[in-house]
Design a protein around this ligand. Structure first.
Ligand code: ADP
Ligand code: MG
Length: 251
């Protein structure tokens, strides 16, 4: 089943067609990578999926319902979470406090809870948050203030803040951008550690090692449109991809 269907989406910025008839489907439970050169429209596409940009044309269906026209808050409550390139956390609060805010803000039908909910419900939320902090190597820092943490720690915390929302779809825009090889490998391990949660992921990634370690499907964007799609192996061997993406160099 497709959890996300993007049909004929276009977006113009003045004279520039940032998105030009994008068609893309994401299967539920998969990790779907989007690669492509700088300026291809990858981030613009993610921005349309979270309601930050409204396309000029096209439709998007998420989990069987139309997505376009909803605001970012509504889209988040419908089950789409996004990891930003610069982590967005509450600097003056602790790790645990940061994680509790989105956990208790969540109000999906399957698990309605609020601060005044039953103690048992609150315990479930806390246990789940603890487990997520363990998976992301943040448990030892649970009482640390965020403004005393490294950028890498904040990135992991932001991921934890997404996971406690139990999203149906997680969007990651270049999660390893600017990282050393060691930190990149670490991030891959963490994303593998959270794979057991079965959350569908769309990941924009420039690092081919990351793409090949995580994704089962790869879409290649160039000049605002999807020029190829397939398994990582097929994409690697596709001469059109070599040409568009790396000017003929080998992936
Ligand atoms: P990518 O993420 O693939 O590198 P982007 O989606 O960020 O590409 O950008 C696609 C094109 O759209 C680029 O030429 C970029 O300069 C342009 N663009 C993106 N956002 C805006 C905006 N808000 N206003 C004007 N142009 C934009
Ligand atoms: Mg981008």
């Amino acid at each position: 089943m497709d959890i996300l269907t993007i049909n004929g989406v276009s977006k113009r910025f003045g004279g520039l067609k940032a998105l030009d008839d994008v068609n893309l489907k994401v299967k539920e439970g998969t990790v779907h990578a989007i690669i492509g050169p700088n300026g291809a429209g990858k981030s613009t596409l993610l921005n349309t999926l979270v309601g930050r940009i409204v396309p000029d044309e096209g439709t998007v269906e998420f989990n069987g319902a139309p997505l376009l026209g909803h605001n970012p808050y509504e889209i988040n409550q419908a089950g789409i979470a996004r990891v930003f390139q610069t982590p967005e956390t509450f600097a003056e609060l602790t790790v645990m406090e940061n994680v509790m805010i989105p956990a208790f803000a969540r109000k999906d039908g399957a698990f309605k809870i609020n601060l005044w909910g039953r103690a048992n419900d609150r315990r479930v939320v806390l246990e789940e948050a603890e487990e997520i902090l363990e998976d992301l190597n943040l448990a030892a820092q649970r009482h640390q203030r965020v403004d005393s943490m490294s950028r890498g720690d904040k990135r992991r915390l932001e991921l934890a803040m997404c996971l406690v929302q139990r999203p149906k779809l997680l969007l990651l825009d270049e999660p390893t951008a600017g990282m050393s090889r060691a930190d990149t490998n670490n991030t891959v391990d963490l994303l593998k550690a959270i794979a057991k949660r079965g959350i569908t992921k769309v990941i924009i990634e420039h690092d081919m090692h990351v793409v090949f370690s995580l994704a089962s499907t790869v879409s290649v964007m160039a000049q605002g449109t999807v020029i190829a799609e397939g398994t990582p192996e097929a994409i690697k061997a596709d001469p059109r991809v070599q040409e568009a993406y790396l000017g003929g160099a080998h992936l």
